[in-house]
Design a protein around this ligand. Structure first.
Ligand SMILES: [Ca+2]
Length: 233
């Protein structure tokens, strides 16, 4: 069991070191398609780009995209979170805003801003509550009643976590303390806490026991140990 726990914690450390500090998949749309995103009334375009060759073009109000993060990110670990946007012509009034889902049933609907023909940065950081786990991001458009509406482009959507001096994600060396102290958050905060390790050990054990070859090997080992101890007597 000790060996098993060691193996599991080694897997956890590998996961940490292999993790990039960017947590948005295809935030610059440089795959040339919508890989990582779901939504409506959008297309990936090469006509406009804040950086690279592509951006996302939203061609109707009440349209946009969303993405679930590959793992919930603690608010304390986030360094930058936002995106760039612009209107494709000076016509109409195009509003854009972000919606963040976190470890609460109610999402955060951030303030809508007006897009201009110049690229502008939409900063999500001021809307993130302390001691929360961010789970997904939605970028959505709206119109003003009675006004015309112009298409909007979005590019360089990015959620970057802090890095320690050794290049590991920030929480690897600085696991958030406040939630553990208050006991409010029962969810695992990092990969190195014992609750997380024992959870992973249990899951791995279940997976191993579900494998008939491993099960057979274990039975053979028990039989061999049994016969060995009988021989010694
Ligand atoms: Ca781009």
């Amino acid at each position: 069991m000790v060996l098993l726990l060691l193996c599991v914690s080694v897997v956890g450390i590998d996961e940490v070191s292999a993790t990039s500090n960017e947590f948005i998949v295809n935030g610059g749309f440089e795959t040339g398609d919508d890989t990582g995103w779901t939504g409506r009334y959008y297309d990936v375009t090469s006509e406009f780009a804040h950086s690279g060759l592509y951006s996302l073009q939203i061609f109707s109000s009440d349209g946009g995209v969303w993405q679930d993060l590959t793992k919930p990110i603690s608010s304390a670990c986030i360094k930058n979170f936002g995106f760039w946007h612009r209107k494709i012509s000076d016509y109409g009034v195009s509003l854009i805003y972000a919606v963040i889902n976190y470890d609460s049933p109610e999402p955060i609907i951030c303030d809508a801003v007006e897009s201009t023909v110049d690229w502008q940065y939409y900063d999500i950081m001021p809307y993130i509550p302390a001691n929360t786990q961010i789970e997904s991001i939605m970028i959505w458009t709206a119109k003003v009643w009675g006004e015309g509406w112009e298409e909007v482009c979005v590019d360089d959507v990015s959620l970057v976590v802090k890095l320690s001096d050794d290049g590991a994600p920030w929480w690897y060396n600085n696991p958030p303390q406040s939630q553990n102290q208050t006991g409010n958050n029962q969810q695992s905060e990092g990969w190195l806490d014992w609750r997380g390790i024992s959870q992973r050990a249990t899951e791995t054990l279940k997976r191993l026991l579900g494998n008939p070859w491993i099960l057979l090997l274990l039975i053979a080992l028990i039989v061999w140990l049994g016969s060995y101890s009988i021989r010694r007597r």
